[in-house]
Design a protein around this ligand. Structure first.
Ligand SMILES: [Zn+2]
Ligand SMILES: [Zn+2]
Length: 481
């Protein structure tokens, strides 16, 4: 067939029919588009934080564009609010008109820190606090939307050295500031000598300089904060609260978010984990495994101090990533560990913790169901290890911990001749000449739920989502969740 005829035969209707947004956005959430990609500030570092604060609050569905110059009325249509974390050259007539029409038509705009700088009469700024020396014709509507512009004429708009100061609320009844108290302390750049536009409503000042304000643009709502120079400034609870609540207000005209926006909130009924390290070195990346889960709260207590008091009231699950021998435990510590194991709790023995307590047969034979044999004994040949092995690990189906997990490639340490009971329920198997086949199991111990997972030596496993999922699921399962 002729090429042209082939093209004409394509069903054009199918290509142009609009697909409803509901298939791509969370229902009931405020739709946010963050504009960035050029900034004299470290936008590659700050933008993920600006996004995460909103996303983690549960109120927003957030997208990011690093090329705002490509915006059109059509690409902006699904959104409720735009956030500018942008300071760079102009976007061009089409994108600028689309943004102005978006706000003018009744949507929201949030401007963060240097977002007030561009499109005025000052020179375009470049990456890493650089200057281009290039001047572009001003885009006056942006200044009207933001409520202020910068000027190089005296008194010059700018800031002194970054330092700590108080931000004092001027209007404590506004939806954004209500319930936030009188003031907060931050360490930031304090912008001064803005050329303010009529109609701004100041919500907060620092050393009597207006920093946070709102302004109407057509039917739209604009929230401006001069704060947020870098991640240190952004981590201030006062910045987070005003930024997140200001975004909700700009989008909807109301605020439902709490006064304190927790950036790492844990569920009220999160599983309480005691993580025990010590006796064996490891990379710090190990702690990253436990940081982000909302349903698990982890305390680290390294040797020689854990087990010194009764762990039963405080913890649901014990995670061992230590290597310790029985003679290093006091009688009281042994008893506390025994009490915990017999109390119907959860125990996860990770990687080198399989070498714990060789002289405590009850521990390795009854509780863990296996042992790394440090020195050969009659009936127990010595176990061996090898670092930096690439191996394939296969999860065994039929258990909640491994359900649906794929076969994985690991770069880890392998163990060989680790003794284990014949009646453990195997969770993972590995294929490598230097490795045992059984790489993880559920112990037959009945008084608590006990699991051993062999992988986890170094960063290559600690940072692997598959490994983190395995540890997460094991903690939840041993806690009875
Ligand atoms: Zn700055
Ligand atoms: Zn190791």
């Amino acid at each position: 067939m002729h090429k042209l005829a082939l093209l004409l035969a394509l069903p054009l209707v199918a290509q142009t029919a609009p697909v409803p947004d509901k298939f791509f956005f969370d229902t009931g959430k405020v739709r946010v588009l963050i504009l960035t990609g050029r900034n004299n500030h470290e936008w590659r570092v700050t933008n993920p934080f600006l996004r995460e604060v909103l996303q983690n609050s549960g109120r927003f569905d957030v997208r990011v564009t690093e090329e705002p110059s490509g915006l059109t009325a059509e690409t902006l249509r699904p959104y409720d609010v735009l956030i500018s974390n942008y300071c760079g050259p102009r976007w061009g007539v089409q994108a600028e008109k689309a943004v102005a029409d978006f706000v003018n038509g009744g949507k929201g705009l949030v401007v963060v820190h240097a977002g007030s700088y561009p499109f005025g009469e000052t020179a375009v700024l470049s990456e890493h606090m650089g200057r281009t020396g290039v001047y572009q014709a001003p885009w006056h509507e942006w200044g009207l939307m933001v409520g202020a512009t910068w000027s190089d004429a005296e008194p010059k708009t700018g800031h002194g050295p970054r330092d700590a100061f108080e931000v004092v609320f001027q209007d404590r009844q506004h939806p954004v500031t209500a319930g936030l108290g009188e003031r907060f302390v931050t360490s930031d750049e304090l912008y001064r000598n803005f050329r303010l536009k009529p109609g701004i409503h100041v919500l907060a000042q620092g050393r009597d300089k207006p920093l946070i304000w709102t302004i109407a643009y057509g039917k739209g709502r604009v929230f401006h904060t001069a704060l947020g120079h870098d991640l240190d400034a952004m981590h201030t609870p006062g910045f987070i609260a005003t930024y997140a609540r200001g975004t909700e207000w700009a989008a909807t005209g109301a605020v439902t978010l709490p006064a304190r926006i927790d950036t790492d909130s844990k569920d009220a009924n999160a599983v309480r984990v005691l993580l025990v390290t010590g006796g064996h070195d490891h990379e710090s990346s190990f702690y990253g495994v436990f940081e982000k889960w909302r349903d698990v709260r982890v305390n680290v207590d390294p040797h020689p101090v854990p087990f010194r008091s009764d762990m039963r009231p405080k913890y649901d699950v014990l995670v061992l990533y230590d290597t310790l021998q029985l003679e290093q435990l006091s009688d009281k510590a042994r008893q506390n560990l025994k009490d915990f194991a017999e109390a119907g709790k959860g125990i996860l023995v990770l990687h080198h913790a399989i070498a714990d307590f060789s002289a405590w047969e009850w521990w390795w034979k009854e509780v863990v169901g296996g042992r790394y044999v440090l020195k050969a004994e009659p009936g127990y040949p010595a176990s061996k290890y090898l670092h930096d092995v690439e191996l394939v690990v296969t999860p065994k189906p039929g258990h909640a911990i491994t359900k649906g997990l794929p076969q994985m490639r690991l770069f880890d340490e392998t163990y060989k001749q680790v003794w284990h009971r014949p009646d453990v329920q195997v969770l993972l198997t590995g294929e490598h000449p230097t490795s045992d086949v059984e790489l993880g199991w559920v112990s037959p111990y009945t008084k608590s739920r006990v699991v051993y997972l062999q992988p986890g030596h170094g960063r290559e496993s600690h940072e692997l989502p598959w490994f983190r999922t395995l540890v997460h699921r094991t903690i939840l399962w041993t806690a009875g969740r």
